[in-house]
Ligand binder design. Structure first.
Ligand code: F6R
Length: 603
């Protein structure tokens, strides 16, 4: 959540900071700001809104020569946690005397007590944020020890902060330096000491190719090369952070899925120290879309490897009292590797003796420091807030894991394995064939335009696909959407279907039904008939060649034939395209939906 960029060097800092912020905007985009440091002190410009609004603000001030001549600065794009998104709450924040400017990611949990104590001593606060206390604490420390240098002052205040933070700090008395430190919130620093950012894209776009993932509680001062840290080379391609001709990142990432599927299925678990014969219980912990992928993993591991598996939302798992011991495998599933609840769930699991296997898309992320074993889902950089390609990669990697566990436990015949692997190999081309039908899918999606609610029904892995489809729709189009197990609808949810549909097919409640070739196909057909009898307008996702479904509804999206266990991968594609189409038609910004951010690094 929130993006930090810091720079010091020979060049004008402002362009580097602004282009870095643009690369990080997916992390938060409700306000933005920048502070620049030169020999005359610190100048700060900030505003509510996006980085483009900040640019407008800066353009109005273009006569201020300091904005272009300063070669040292910090910048921030915010996702509000404390205080509304307004200029006063935007970062950077300063204390009363303007000696320091700070940008902060994370949450200072004890900020109320700190603020009260500072106010009692006469400090005047200008924002409602938790972050502002950091600037005042620095000022207070400087007042108490006027001879202390900037690094010493930062070190003095850190023990007072509870919670999580990534901080970049300017001190008027330390020209050319930016002080950076983090605790449970990521910061990546260029190995040459010229830049730091909360995520790689901001560094990649500035041409940085060697970085240090800053360990917790290690203070560094930009302006000098880093020593004593493990340096990592970045091989991420800058084009991954470009639109490459697509109108938005979400569509680009949807179209990358054939390649992503190919890479994901190359994962091999046999080299990992999983001790499969020792495992007696498995948990999958994750949030949001990753949790939905986890539900599919749960079903497959249970079915093939015959192990008790529970999929839990990480925010519940970490505060529950889940039974775990040294025979427990906890699969922590997180695209970003930064999700606070998933990280805490993984830490809890380790403290209880369980083995933690992390499946993530970001090597070097915090989950990779917490887990015993790390597997890269290899979906490549995902920028759109709505997860698409990472979901497909997660489902494929979990399917491979389930197959591996089953084989290792001697529970899968070679013929069965060969059959599934052969079907899996077809997925990239099958995904491509669905993408080639985008226009047809969007025509069908028209049936959901202007609906007050869209219901999704399915069974088994089809129901899980519905959960993900409904999440995609609500998060980017703001249309209410709800997924149900089709067998459950007559226990309550069917009451949601508006009877107006019996007479008015245009206003009828749209119900997206996953009715692919599955063991429960006939039951699904009955469920479709049930909702239709109450006036619903059914949009069916069915298997190619299913003629029966076309007799029930004219709105059918066909997916290629595959085995039931792989169906969620293919059915996800029309779900993504439907959600995006409705969001675009409703005029929403699909890459930056309101109130959301890509990495949820706070609880
Ligand atoms: C939805 C979405 C979120 C994330 C969730 C977990 O499209 O992207 O629901 O899936 O915040 O994020 P990760 O996988 O990074 O832990």
């Amino acid at each position: 959540m929130c993006g930090i960029v810091a720079y010091t060097g020979a060049n004008s800092a402002l362009p580097v900071l602004i282009s870095g912020l643009k690369r990080l905007e997916y992390r938060g985009y409700d306000s933005a700001g920048v502070s620049l440091l030169d020999d005359d002190g610190i100048v700060t410009v900030k505003t509510a809104g996006k980085v483009s609004d900040l640019e407008k603000e800066l353009a109005d001030l273009s006569e201020d020569i300091r904005l272009t001549s300063a070669t040292c600065g910090i910048a921030h794009t915010r996702w509000a946690t404390h205080g509304t998104p307004c200029t006063a709450n935007a970062h950077p924040h300063s204390g009363c005397k303007g000696r320091f400017a700070i940008v902060h990611n994370g949450i200072i949990e004890n900020y109320l007590a700190l603020r009260q104590a500072l106010e009692d001593q006469g400090h005047h606060f200008r924002s409602d944020t938790d972050s502002e206390v950091v600037a005042h604490l620095l000022e207070q420390a400087a007042g108490l020890d006027p001879n202390a240098d900037s690094a010493a002052l930062v070190k003095t205040i850190l023990p007072k902060l509870q919670g999580s933070y990534a901080l970049a700090i300017l001190d008027r008395d330390s020209a050319g330096r930016v002080f950076c430190v983090c605790h449970d919130s990521p910061l990546v620093v260029a190995a040459d000491g010229s830049m730091a950012a909360s995520d790689l894209p901001a560094l990649i776009c500035a041409g940085v190719n060697e970085v240090v993932y800053l360990p917790d509680d290690q203070l560094v001062g930009l302006g000098r090369p880093l020593t004593g840290f493990t340096i990592k080379r970045i091989d991420t391609d800058l084009t991954e952070a470009e639109h490459s001709g697509f109108p938005d990142f979400m569509l680009k990432e949807i179209y990358e899925q054939p390649a992503v599927a190919k890479y994901a299925m190359r994962n091999d678990f046999s080299n990992l120290d999983l001790n499969t014969r020792d495992i007696r219980r498995v948990y999958v912990v994750a949030c949001g879309t990753s949790y939905h992928a986890g539900l599919i993993g749960r079903d497959l591991i249970e079915k093939w490897a015959q192990l008790p598996v529970d999929a839990r939302v990480a925010s519940e798992f970490r505060y529950g009292n889940p039974y775990m011991d040294e025979h427990t495998l906890v699969i922590a599933l997180t695209q970003s590797g930064e999700t606070a609840d998933t990280l805490e769930a993984a830490k809890l699991a380790r403290s209880r003796g369980a083995k933690v296997l992390a499946l993530t898309n970001v090597l070097g992320s915090r989950i990779t420091q917490v887990a015993d074993i790390v597997v890269n889902i290899q979906a490549s950089l995902e920028i759109a807030v709505a997860a698409t390609k990472s979901y497909v990669a997660q489902v494929i990697v979990l399917t491979k894991l389930a197959l591996y566990l089953a084989c290792a436990r001697g529970l899968l015949t070679p013929a069965h394995l060969t059959n599934i692997e052969a079907q899996m190999a077809l997925l990239p081309d099958q995904i491509q064939s669905l993408l080639d039908q985008r226009q047809t899918i969007e025509q069908v999606a028209c049936q959901c335009l202007n609906a007050h609610t869209v219901l999704y029904i399915g069974r088994g892995v089809g129901a899980t696909t519905c959960l993900e489809g409904a999440l995609k729709l609500k998060e980017i189009s703001y249309v209410h959407a709800e997924a149900f197990y089709a067998g459950e609808i007559k226990h309550g949810p069917i009451a949601l279907i508006d009877p107006i549909g019996v007479t008015d097919k245009v206003k009828a409640t749209p119900v997206i039904a996953v009715a692919c070739a599955q063991a429960t196909y006939d039951k699904m057909i009955s469920n479709i008939e049930e909702v239709q009898a109450r006036g619903a307008k059914v949009i069916a996702i069915a298997s190619e060649g299913d003629e029966h479904i076309a007799e029930l509804t004219p709105h059918v999206i066909y997916i290629p034939h595959t085995s039931e266990c792989l169906m969620p991968v293919l059915a996800a594609i029309p779900m993504q395209l439907i959600a995006r189409y409705i969001a675009v038609e409703h005029g929403q910004n699909v890459d930056q939906p309101r109130n959301l951010a890509k990495s949820v690094t706070v609880e």
